[in-house]
Write a protein that binds this ligand. Structure first.
Ligand code: TXA
Ligand code: MG
Length: 355
């Protein structure tokens, strides 16, 4: 639970996402070094940052979010050489992936350096580390002069924030500063790849596609949770990305999905429920008379990813009790979109072509 008796004054500082003002970034960096909390944009989602070497500052992250203490944080670095103080060892696979995908939306789970407090890694002997591609995030880490531990800057259980106003809605009064650098471009979190075991395993699909990782490593990479086995990422046992409304995910061929959503919407409305449809822009005209929140276009999963979390928050703001969401093709970034929708969903309904 979040403690509501610890309200502090939160400053909102607007920064140019491409060329942030060095004086503003220097101030934000000093706040991090001094044990404060700074929320900042990354290319994936907004992060809630604290000095990763300061156990007390890291505990404040968990309190501000209401995050369970057994869910480890990702450590953000500003240069490859900063890895020396974060991980105990890397290896040729990690080196290859860093060269290809950093800075960018890929988190590598590697053996932890003893200097990283146990609170960051929830007591594990591994640490998740990434170098973000966003100029504001990179500048912040470099200005702070320390690695920054940062989960997504949402209240625990809420959709991740892709805009500063989402962070404000969830964390005002709980952090010193929110840096507003405009909307996050990827819109979904980084891919978490565990390199600490005998073979690489994707713990969370995200901004770097599984196909791209497989192409670089020339091997098939299993995705934890997709094979029906017990998930290994500590974060995966919690309900995630959940809007306040009940979400039903309808997946299958687009015509059959539209018919199923139309039918269910009528039944639900007859039962007095407030329904919102979460649809691709091509379906805009297909749900006449229903509250329709549009998110991305068919055949372009990156546009769905970019708008998904804001759309879930919009469904809540529209006062929906039930969200009927169209599925997307589980390929490329679409795989990460479906991973988040499945986790947010109370039920997944698979529809087929009529025979
Ligand atoms: O894109 C992102 O990754 C964003 C931005 C801010 O960088 N951060 C983010 O953090 O999504 P968070 O805390 O919301 O998600 C971190 C995920 C969790 O599922 C956590 O369990 C997993 O990474 N994780 C972190 N360290 C781990 C470790 N040592 N072993 C296994 N999983 C780990
Ligand atoms: Mg998160």
């Amino acid at each position: 639970m979040r403690q509501d008796n610890l309200t502090i004054k939160t400053a909102l500082w607007t920064v140019d996402p491409a060329r942030p003002d060095p004086r503003v970034m220097a101030r934000a960096g000093r706040i991090i070094r001094g044990g404060g909390l700074v929320a900042f944009p990354t290319e994936t989602v907004y992060g809630l940052g604290a000095n990763a070497l300061d156990g007390a500052a890291v505990r404040r992250i968990f309190a501000a979010k209401g995050r369970p203490a057994d869910n480890p944080l990702i450590v953000h670095i500003g240069a490859i050489r900063d890895l020396a103080g974060v991980t105990a060892e890397t290896g040729p696979v990690a080196d290859k992936l860093m060269r290809r995908f950093w800075p960018g939306p890929l988190t590598l789970v590697l053996p932890k350096h003893p200097g990283i407090p146990a609170g960051v890694t929830a007591g594990l002997d591994t640490v998740g580390v990434r170098m973000p591609a966003h100029p504001v995030a990179l500048h912040l880490v470099r200005a702070a002069g320390v690695p920054i531990a940062a989960p997504s800057a949402n209240a625990s259980g809420r959709p991740s924030p892709t805009r500063a106003e989402h962070v404000w809605a969830d964390l005002a009064g709980r952090v010193e500063v929110i840096l507003d650098g405009g909307p996050a471009t990827v819109g979904l979190e980084s891919t978490v790849l565990d390199l600490s075991g005998p073979r690489p395993v994707v713990l969370r699909p995200g901004g770097v596609t599984v196909e791209a990782l497989e192409a670089v490593l020339q091997t098939e990479i299993p995705v934890s949770g997709e094979g029906g086995e017990i998930p290994r990422s500590p974060g995966m046992k919690y309900t995630h990305y959940a809007p306040r409304a009940t979400l039903l995910l309808i997946d299958g061929p687009s015509g059959a999905v539209r018919r199923e959503i139309g039918r269910r919407a009528r039944d639900l409305r007859r039962a007095g429920r407030r329904v919102a449809v979460l649809a691709r822009k091509e379906s805009a005209g297909d749900y006449a008379g229903l509250d329709t929140i549009l998110c991305g276009s068919r055949g372009d999963p990156a546009t769905v990813a970019a708008g998904l979390y804001a759309a879930l928050r919009d469904c809540d703001a529209a006062g929906a009790d039930v969200i009927l969401a169209e599925g997307v093709e589980s390929r490329g970034v679409g795989r990460a979109v479906m991973n988040r929708l499945r986790k947010a969903a109370k039920e997944v309904i698979e529809v087929k072509h009529p025979v």
